[in-house]
Design a binder for this molecule. Structure first.
Ligand code: NDP
Ligand code: ZN
Length: 236
């Protein structure tokens, strides 16, 4: 993707998806606008996976429109072509099936997805694992989050071999999610539940809430103070 027409098409798709998702919010406690998620997926593909294929980036931006809005596959094809329609279809679960079956089918179908659909799928799971870590759906128990991480890991296992960059990033965010869980930081997340958390980016993949950042600074200052006290000469 390089010329003006491609950029114009990607912007058109972004505007189309924003319009379709305009009344939807993510399930996280901060209820961010839904469109943030498909934009993040396209960003991960371009800037982590190095994906330059226009249809893949457009399909990433549109990947939840057919599943989660009234958008039809015909509408997608009329505006963005048959290749994008096919990629979006590969990302669309059959919502007439029970949820548990849909989740099982995602694992089973992953190995037979096209290479571009596998790339989108991995980026989708990176985005969702980041949200589970830093902005999880309200009311999800640690057990439910862990089950989601296990499921995402199994879906991605069936998509491997298409992008080392995306696969490495997935492994990293999954490791972080599990470390976050083990360190009990999820519990800190529940402080002042209902308030909006200001997220601070501390590395390309790590975002911490303002409360967590303050706690880290306090812990550091406390550690330094303890060290200084330990080193203070004492008089008898
Ligand atoms: P959901 O499928 O209901 O929710 C996860 C999906 O929601 C993600 O894949 C993502 O999809 C979207 N999403 C929106 N906002 C967020 C966010 N902030 N963080 C992460 N994901 C977000 O949940 P489950 O994966 O748990 O699947 C439901 C299944 O779990 C059912 O089978 C149900 O029976 C079972 N269940 C399990 C419980 C347990 O304790 N284990 C309890 C209750 C139900 P997208 O990319 O499409 O936006
Ligand atoms: Zn998605």
């Amino acid at each position: 993707m390089s010329d003006h027409t491609d950029i114009a098409t990607l912007l058109q798709a972004t505007r189309f998806a924003a319009e379709k998702h305009r009344f939807q919010r993510r399930k996280g406690t901060d209820a961010s606008p839904y469109i943030n998620h498909p934009i993040e997926v396209a960003d991960l593909l371009a800037n982590v996976g190095g994906v330059a294929d226009l249809s893949t980036l457009v399909a990433a931006v549109l990947h939840d429109t057919v599943e989660d809005t009234e958008t039809t596959p015909d509408e997608v094809e009329a505006l963005f072509g048959a290749e994008v329609r096919a990629l979006v279809a590969e990302m669309t679960d059959d919502k007439t099936l029970p949820k548990a079956k849909r989740k099982r089918l995602q694992i089973e179908h992953a190995p037979s997805l096209s290479a571009h659909a596998k790339e989108i799928k991995i980026a989708d799971k990176i985005s969702n694992v980041l949200d589970i870590t830093h902005n999880p759906p309200a009311g999800w128990s640690p057990k439910r989050k862990r089950e989601y991480l296990e499921w995402a890991e199994r879906v991605v296992a069936g998509c491997r071999g298409v992008s080392q960059g995306l696969e490495d990033r997935f492994d990293e965010v999954l490791r972080n999610a599990r470390a976050f869980d083990r360190n009990g930081l999820n519990r800190l997340d529940r402080w002042g539940a209902g308030g909006r958390d200001f997220l601070i980016r501390v590395s390309p993949t790590e975002r911490v809430t303002e409360r967590q950042a303050i706690l880290c600074v306090l812990a550091k200052v406390w550690g330094m103070k303890q060290g200084a006290l330990a080193g203070t000469p004492t008089t008898k």
